[in-house]
Write a protein that binds this ligand. Structure first.
Ligand SMILES: Nc1ncnc2c1ncn2[C@@H]1O[C@H](COP(=O)(O)OP(=O)(O)OP(=O)(O)O)[C@@H](O)[C@H]1O
Ligand SMILES: [Mg+2]
Length: 409
């Protein structure tokens, strides 16, 4: 047998002990984790925990495994939202297929859960927009997916909105750029698959009654075109509006979560033609800033939310002491005095239901809600207590991330 692990390969040691010589289907329950089935899949996919981390294992033909391993590796380097690949095992005995190992995407939710839950009833529109965001990002980076579907997408909460991740890159292709025809084809495949998946949910009685599978699937193209146009179109400005219109466009792209590479502005007497080279934002600005201040690694919208809370906290510190407080000091104090106490107070039985940063975000929302009700600020501690008693228990148990389950054992 031959194992290939991507650097830093710290995961390798624990994983080597698994029974690779047996078909995945025959692995003993003692090495597997019971993660509920998440979608339509052709291959045998199993989950395992090793040294506190959870991994997904997929048994597939070696050429496909190698292809997926290589592609997912480049996606990660470029900051494309996809599951993170750990390694592959090939040359298994008895002609067994290869196994692709990816890191379990913590706190991810499948479309099955999202469409059938309380949170999902009103979120079909937002889920479609999130998927389209993912597809536009891939296309901008020259990636043709060839299998864009709800089963191959994982969703995570990001400060109340969703973020989508690619989970299956078997059919994906990498090119310097991809043609409009190829993009349209990718989108058409997505439309077909999403339609079929939603009809499947409907047949199982899992789709809220107001949602029509065909309408939702058909809406993908329009959403995609709107976003693609927004991020790639050339614009003509009059000379006098040039400065603010350029700034406005760049800001809008940042707000949508894209970075701007080269900006080309060609001016003439009639005005200026602006062309921007839009890129996939590699860990967003807010994520980087929050990491610098606190060492916390969260998603972009969560980071924006937490940074706002740090700013408020800093202003309060300055007002109290009458002196300026450096942002790094404010960041560290906020972490120790505000954020950690909330996260540490999550009742043991509810740990792992939602990402800690998402819990904090929801506590801030809850604080606002309670404060509105009583007409004064109730403070974070009281808000957290009430949230843990009344809101968090409503999050379904199945959502608990597998690593929290293994830690509790
Ligand atoms: N790293 C991961 N983290 C979380 N869930 C995962 C991960 N890898 C796989 N899954 C879950 O397992 C399911 C199946 O995985 P995947 O799509 O890669 O295989 P497949 O569906 O058998 O391949 P195909 O789409 O070619 O049939 C996914 O829909 C996803 O819900
Ligand atoms: Mg799949």
């Amino acid at each position: 047998m031959r194992y290939l692990f991507r650097p830093p390969a710290a995961d390798a040691a624990g994983l080597l002990a698994l029974p690779w010589h047996q078909p995945l289907e025959k692995w003993d329950d003692s090495v597997l984790l019971d993660v509920p089935s998440r979608g339509i899949s052709r291959h045998v996919v199993r989950f395992t925990a090793s040294e506190g981390s959870v991994y997904a294992l997929k048994e597939i033909a070696e050429p496909l495994a190698r292809h997926e391993y290589a592609l997912l590796g480049t996606f990660e380097e470029e900051g494309l939202p996809a599951v993170s690949v750990v390694g592959i095992c090939v040359d298994r005995p008895d002609g067994l297929d290869a196994v692709l190992v990816t890191r379990y995407l913590e706190y991810s939710m499948s479309y099955r859960y999202l469409f059938s839950s309380r949170r999902g009833a009103d979120s079909a529109e937002r889920l479609m927009d999130t998927m389209v965001q993912l597809l536009v990002r891939l296309h901008l980076a020259g990636v043709y997916w060839g299998d864009c579907s709800l089963s191959n997408t994982l969703f995570r909460l990001d400060a109340g909105s969703f973020a989508a991740y690619l989970v299956d890159a078997e059919t994906a292709e990498r090119h310097p750029t991809i043609s409009a025809g190829k993009r349209a084809y990718d989108l058409d495949l997505a439309r077909e698959r999403v339609g079929a998946e939603l009809m499947d949910l409907q047949a199982g009685g899992l789709l809220p009654s107001g949602i029509d599978p065909i309408d939702v699937a058909d809406s993908l193209a329009g959403r995609y075109e709107a976003l693609w146009d927004e991020v790639t179109r050339e614009e003509i400005f009059r000379p006098e509006e040039q400065r603010y219109r350029v700034a406005e466009r760049l800001q809008r792209l940042n707000d949508l979560g894209f970075d701007v590479g080269e900006v080309e502005l060609v001016t003439s007497a009639e005005g200026a033609r602006l062309r921007v080279d839009t890129r996939v934002a590699e860990p967003g600005q807010n994520r980087r800033e929050l990491f610098r201040l606190t060492g916390l690694e969260v998603q972009e919208n969560q980071a924006r939310r937490l940074l706002n809370d740090i700013r408020t906290f800093r202003a309060w510190l300055e007002q109290r002491s009458g002196r300026p407080v450096p942002d790094t000091v404010a960041g560290h104090r906020w972490l120790a005095e505000v954020y950690r106490p909330v996260v540490d107070a999550i009742p043991a039985g509810l740990v792992g239901r939602l990402e800690p940063a998402e819990v904090f975000h929801e506590v801030l929302e809850h604080r606002w809600f309670l404060s509105e009700q009583v007409g004064r600020d109730v403070g974070t501690t009281a808000a957290a207590r009430s949230y843990f008693e009344t809101v968090l228990p409503g999050t379904p148990e199945e959502l608990t991330t597998p690593s929290a389950i293994t830690e509790r054992r």
